[in-house]
Design a protein around this ligand. Structure first.
Ligand code: DAH
Length: 363
C-alpha cells in the first residue's frame, strides 16, 4: 500500500535523476522511466483506480503534483541542456571576423620584373598596331645568320659569341639564337606585307659580367610595307620610350653603325642624367645607348621572298633586361637571373598588377 512518503521518495529520486542527466538522450531515458507508459510515476497513477474515495482525495492531488513537478523539472532540464549545447557549439565554432584574411599565392607570389617589362612593352606596341611574333630559342644557322645577310665566314658572326649545339649526323649545327632577329625572317617568310610585329624573347651569348649574362632578353621590332621610312621608326621609338619610362618627353640621338641585316644601320642613344644610384631618362646632359636599328637590307627582304623594289621597312632590336633595370633601378644584371626569392619579393610585381595603357603601366 502506497503512502505519501513513498511519493516523496519517488519524487526525490526522479528529480535527482533529472538533474544528473548530462545530455538530451539521458534525459529522455529518465522521462520514459518516470512518465512513460510503464514509468514509475505512471505506475503510481494507475493505483488511483483501486483506491477508495477517501484515499483518492488525498492521493489524487499528491500524484498529480508529483507528475507535474517531474514534468516541469524535465522541461526545464531539457531547456538548460539545449542552451548548454548551443553555447558549446558557439564556443567551438568561434570565428574572429576581424582577423585579416590569410594571403594566397595570388597575393604572395611575384611577377619577375623582366616579365613585367615585357608585358608593358607588349601593351605599348599593341596600342600602336603591332602584334607579337615568337620563335624558338634553338635556331638554325641559316635563320640566325645567313638569311640575315651574314655571309658564311663573315666576321660579324664571330662577334656574337654563339653557343653551338653538337653537330648532327647530317652535318647541321644548331645554335642558341644570339638575337631575336631570326624571328624577323620567320615572320616575313610566313606573312605578306604590310607587317608590324614585335618579337620579344630569350637570347644567348657566351658572356658574363655585371652587364652581361649568358641568357638575356631582347625585343625585336619589324615594319614592312611600301613606304615605311626612318621618320616612322624615329616616331615609334620616341613614343615607345616615353611611354615605357613614363616621362613627358625623350630625346634620341642616332649614330651610324653597322648590322649586316640593315642598311643604313644606326645605334640610338637616349638623353639621360646619371645619378649615383639611378639613371633618369628624358633629362640631363648624358647619353645612354639603348638600341640598334635600321632599314631592312634588300638582301634580307629577298631572302624572305619579299620584293625589295616594292617593299621596304625598318627594324630595331633592344635589350629588355636593360630597360627593365633602368626603369626599376636594378643595378646588376646577374641578380635578375639568380633566382633569389628575397630579390624577387623586393623587385617583383603583384600578379594582378597587369600593365595597361589605360590602367597605368607600373602604378
Ligand atoms: N640583332 C641585333 C643584336 O642583337 C640588334 C638589332 C640591331 C636588331 C638592329 C635589329 C636591328 O632589328 O635593325 O645585336
Amino acid at each position: 500500500m502506497t503512502d505519501l512518503s513513498d511519493l516523496t521518495t519517488l519524487e526525490t529520486d526522479v528529480l535527482s535523476a533529472v538533474s544528473a542527466a548530462s545530455d538530451e538522450a539521458a534525459l529522455e531515458a529518465v522521462r520514459v522511466a518516470a512518465l512513460g507508459k510503464k514509468g514509475s510515476v505512471s505506475e503510481k497513477m494507475k493505483t488511483l483506480g483501486g483506491m477508495d474515495p477517501e484515499q483518492r482525495k488525498t492521493f489524487g492531488p499528491a500524484l498529480n503534483a508529483l507528475r507535474d513537478s517531474v514534468a516541469a523539472a524535465i522541461a526545464s532540464r531539457k531547456a538548460a541542456l539545449a542552451d548548454a549545447a548551443l553555447e558549446a557549439r558557439l564556443a567551438a565554432e568561434r570565428l574572429d571576423v576581424s582577423l585579416p584574411v590569410r594571403e594566397t599565392g595570388l597575393e604572395t607570389g611575384r611577377i619577375h620584373p623582366v616579365s613585367q617589362a615585357t608585358d608593358e612593352l607588349i601593351a605599348i606596341f599593341s596600342a600602336m598596331g603591332f602584334s607579337v611574333a615568337e620563335g624558338p630559342d634553338i635556331e638554325t644557322d641559316e635563320l640566325n645568320f645567313t638569311a640575315l645577310n651574314f655571309p658564311v665566314g663573315h666576321p660579324a658572326r664571330e662577334m656574337h659569341d654563339t653557343f653551338f649545339l653538337p653537330t648532327k649526323v647530317d652535318g647541321e649545327r644548331l645554335l642558341l639564337r644570339t638575337h631575336t632577329s631570326p624571328v624577323q625572317v620567320r615572320t616575313m617568310r610566313a606573312q605578306k606585307p604590310p607587317i608590324r610585329v614585335i618579337c620579344p624573347g630569350r637570347t644567348y651569348r657566351f658572356d658574363m659580367d655585371q652587364t652581361h649574362t649568358p641568357m638575356f632578353h631582347q625585343v625585336e621590332g619589324l615594319v614592312i610595307d611600301e613606304s615605311a621610312h626612318l621618320g616612322h621608326l624615329k616616331w615609334v621609338l620616341e613614343e615607345f620610350l616615353k611611354t615605357f619610362f613614363e616621362v613627358p618627353s625623350v630625346e634620341l640621338r642616332f649614330r651610324p653603325s653597322f648590322f649586316p641585316f640593315t642598311e643604313p644601320s644606326m645605334e640610338v642613344d637616349v638623353r639621360c642624367r646619371r645619378l649615383p644610384n639611378e639613371v633618369r631618362i628624358g633629362e640631363g646632359d648624358d647619353w645612354l645607348e639603348i638600341l640598334g636599328c635600321g632599314m631592312v637590307h634588300p638582301n634580307v627582304l629577298r631572302n624572305c621572298g619579299i620584293d625589295p623594289d616594292v617593299y621596304q621597312g625598318f627594324a630595331w632590336g633592344m635589350g629588355i633586361d636593360r630597360i627593365a633595370m633602368l626603369k626599376y633601378g636594378m643595378p646588376d644584371l646577374r641578380d635578375l637571373f639568380s633566382a633569389d626569392a628575397r630579390w624577387l619579393a623586393h623587385y617583383g610585381f603583384k600578379p594582378l598588377d597587369v600593365p595597361s595603357l589605360a590602367g597605368g603601366l607600373s602604378s
